[in-house]
Write a protein that binds this ligand. Structure first.
Ligand SMILES: Nc1ncnc2c1ncn2[C@@H]1O[C@H](COP(=O)(O)OP(=O)(O)OP(=O)(O)O)[C@@H](O)[C@H]1O
Length: 488
């Protein structure tokens, strides 16, 4: 039981170890960037969160009601090695002050456990860190008969203390952060985003490395695919990169695909399609002053992703192309997708344009690709690039919402059924029958529901409900779907 009337909680953010071994100016630049990123992220949660930068850490002090939100965001911000949660107590002048406070806050942790006290100290006190450890340890041992005693080598519980002048931090929890470099320290990249496992994991790895990651999507003709890609790109950005604004570019590629069917030999269609995507991406990246492209390609993952074919694709442009998954195995990629929450999106992503990957060449020839490329009418590609739509990532969901035109209902009728399609476990409470079906199971489970009822899809902003409802309507032919947006 904590008896003190504490109204704030402190987070201590320790920098990624690779930042700490940099030279002074690189280190300073990275710490400044992380500080700015955290200022932005924390002020989005609450203007009452205070943030302070030190040479070896950043401290954030938050009112208690924002602790959970802030913790989640800190653990999803690149550049952080460890996040410590601490209780901060001021006016700690003597060893007696310290021992009493630490016992008050930490005694509940040592019941039936062995413990050890570790302390660090900054200031001109007349005692040393070891004195703090011994005094606090001795006092807690005497005061807590249920404890199993002090164990210096193998304690069940370590009580970590940091005394800075008269300010004492009692560390209550430690988490591993995401690692990596602060977003914005490594320039900009344009990620070719098809929404499957690979391009989403590749984009995450770029973000984690500190690279500001913009997205480009080539629309080959499927509304469902467009919806899926926009949704997962927004999810990645919102979760791991919202300290920076990035672009989402949609390039209409239907005509390019038709032209490929006219001009290119079947076995080279797949390689040519990728080359054309790379060429279009390069042109757009140059306009946006982006230095490099990113893809989710991985050597040998599918029969067409041979080293030779990747080289044929590469030779379509002279821009740097990063392929962070090049040497990774699929299970490792899926593990990352599961960890970062994109697995469900990837599994729900519809197949597109399968024809173009039938009987692909696996060891294409440089001469032949040149010949195929010469046969292609590039004015079609130029036109597609001209028609590309560039949006801010936070506008893409609204953007697709315009495509949808499902009726929006603010009050359900008594026979309606509400379906909460959000990914989290909470389910909205309504006055009518309400089901929980996360969006990634909707297609499968909707089939099993009575056709006689009207279903009102519910999500946080009404946007994903529009998208998924529209998808069910267009692709599966259902007409008994509306969107539920209760009045705030
Ligand atoms: N429609 C598209 N729009 C943008 N980029 C694409 C598109 N299709 C493919 N790409 C890019 O090409 C890469 C290889 O695509 P391909 O379909 O061959 O492989 P994949 O391994 O299934 O990719 P993913 O798992 O990312 O869907 C993708 O990772 C992505 O970077």
């Amino acid at each position: 039981m904590v008896e003190n009337d504490i109204k704030t909680q402190k987070f201590i953010v320790k920098y990624f170890t690779e930042i700490m071994i940099k030279g002074d100016s690189a280190k300073k630049q990275m710490i400044n960037q992380l500080y700015q990123n955290l200022q932005k992220i924390s002020s989005n949660i609450s203007k009452d969160i205070q943030i302070k930068k030190f040479f070896d850490k950043i401290e954030l002090v938050t009112p208690l009601q924002f602790v959970d939100d802030l913790r989640v965001k800190l653990l999803e911000t690149s550049g952080i090695e460890q996040v410590l949660e601490a209780i901060q107590v001021d006016n700690m002048e003597t060893l007696d002050d310290i021992k009493i406070k630490v016992d008050e806050f930490m005694r509940h942790t040592i019941d039936n456990k062995t413990f050890v006290v570790r302390a660090k100290r900054v200031g001109t006190q007349d005692f040393k860190s070891t004195n703090i450890e011994q005094t606090v340890g001795g006092y807690m041992l005497a005061m807590n008969k249920n404890s199993k005693g002090v164990d210096l080598k193998n304690a069940d519980v370590t009580i970590n203390l940091e005394l800075e002048h008269k300010k004492l931090n009692i560390i209550t929890k430690k988490y591993f952060g995401m690692g990596g470099f602060p977003l914005g320290t490594q320039g900009d990249i344009l990620s070719l985003m098809s929404g499957g496992f690979d391009s989403t994991v590749a984009s995450y790895l770029a973000i984690k490395r500190g690279v500001k990651t913009h997205f480009i999507f080539f629309n080959l003709g499927g509304l469902a695919h467009e919806i899926g890609v926009k949704q997962v790109a927004w999810y990645l950005w919102n979760r791991f990169a919202s300290s920076h604004q990035v672009s989402f570019i949609t390039v209409p590629f239907e005509d390019v695909v038709s032209q490929i069917f006219k001009d290119i030999s079947p076995s080279y269609m797949g390689v040519m399609l990728k080359r054309l995507m790379i060429q279009a991406s390069q042109n757009i990246a140059k306009d946006l002053k982006i230095d490099a492209l990113l893809t989710g390609e991985s050597v040998a993952q599918v029969s067409s992703q041979t080293l030779r074919n990747l080289s044929l694709i590469d030779s379509a442009s002279n821009m740097l192309i990063l392929r962070p998954l090049a040497m990774m195995s699929k299970p490792d990629i899926i593990d990352i997708a599961t960890k970062i929450g994109t697995r469900k999106f990837a599994e729900a992503m519809p197949e597109y344009c399968g024809v173009i990957s039938q009987n692909p060449v696996t060891f294409g020839s440089y001469d032949r690709v040149e010949k195929e490329a010469k046969a292609f009418d590039y004015s079609v590609l130029d036109e597609a690039v001209k028609q590309a739509k560039i949006k801010n990532i936070n506008e893409v969901l609204d953007d697709i919402c315009e495509i949808g035109s499902l009726e929006v209902v603010t009050e359900p009728s008594k026979d309606d059924i509400v379906i909460d399609i959000r990914q989290n476990i909470d389910c909205i409470k309504t006055s009518v029958e309400t089901l929980k079906i996360p969006f990634y199971n909707l297609k499968k489970e909707f089939k099993t529901l009575s056709k006689e009822k009207t279903y009102l899809l519910y999500c946080d902003k009404g946007v994903l409900s529009q998208l998924h409802g529209q998808f069910l309507k267009d692709s599966e032919g259902y007409s008994n779907i509306k969107v539920y947006r209760p009045k705030q």
